[in-house]
Write a protein that binds this ligand. Sequence first.
Ligand code: PLP
Length: 389
Amino acid sequence: MEFDIDRARKETPGATKVAHLNNAGAALMPAKVRDAQIRHLRLEAEIGGYEAADRMRDAIEKVYVSVGDLIGAGDDEIAIVENATVGWDMAFYSIPFKAGDRILTSEAEYAANYVAFLQVAKRTGAVIETIPSAETGETSVEALKRMLDDRVKLVAITHVPTNGGLTNPAAEIGAALKDHPALYLLDACQSVGQMPIDVGAIGCDMLSATGRKYLRGPRGIGFLYVRHDLIKTLEPPMIDHYAANWTQPDAYTLRPDARRFENWENNYAARLGLGIAVDYAREWGLEAIQTRVRQLAGYLRDELRAIPTIAVMDIGREQSGIVTFTKADEAGLAVKARMRAQGINISVSHPGSTLLDATRRNLPPLIRASVHYYNIEEEISRLIRLLRV
Ligand SMILES: Cc1ncc(COP(=O)(O)O)c(C=O)c1O
């Protein structure tokens, strides 16, 4: 299917103002997402915050259905939280680790997750082990299979790492874990919104994602999926009177659904914006989005490779819309500043955000240009022209 780029850009207020190649940071919101939030903020100012939430109750509830539909989950399996990290942490810290339990993770695991592994390892005596990567760069499923034993309690993988262009083989990993009792936690922060995601097909038990990146939703909002049967076995690391009912002076009962991982006070404008963003992405179709993102990222990588001072640092059998590179004669931050002055948004990804991968590959700060379906070849060509200088 041909993408109606003109429509996509017309519905994106920022598209005429900037060449936004920082979609892995935060994508440009469609007007609909912006408007839904502003409408709700106005309503809160005009009739009161609690009263506005009451009035919008159905739409607020529907956000769970939209998010569930996006990833093939039930609405009761979704918790809407502040960001991907809170979602991931609520899942991870719910797991009762003990000394000797093994946590298997990928070489490109994100810093926020890895420091949590380290903290839990320090507290409990659980051990963290990295699954080696295949020669092509993605997590090796064969290596994972060889590492499995009955001490493996968790396999935690980043689907699309924050840099390095990679898409990890999430469903192949799920298939390898099918008959193993280990829990499978997928960080889908950078993949949700740029490709179809189906938790059943992937076979993960828990999945976290954020609103502002490829979903084109608001900042400060994200979600966690937890498989239905698992929810009741997990005690969240912290709870309030929304996550649990205070039933007796000395007792509480946790909610039966994934909202046990939430708390009471929320940004309803952001929630509504998230719901609209999800519906909007589904209107375009996640397969069509993926095709377009791949095509633009492929074009960008090809053009970059033709510049002698540039080295594309992307790995993996399957690659994402996140393109990373270095420039021999110019530091990443200088390139970013020079592009910003020319109305092009890119970012710099520091080694500390994926320290294992950065150490293994001896990576300096990487220049990151991340494309979305509403970008056009002309924006990429402008970037390339300026990089040639
Ligand atoms: C792979 C990955 N996981 C998790 C996160 C954290 O997401 P959030 O900032 O929404 O908590 C990021 C953010 O860049 C990321 O790239």
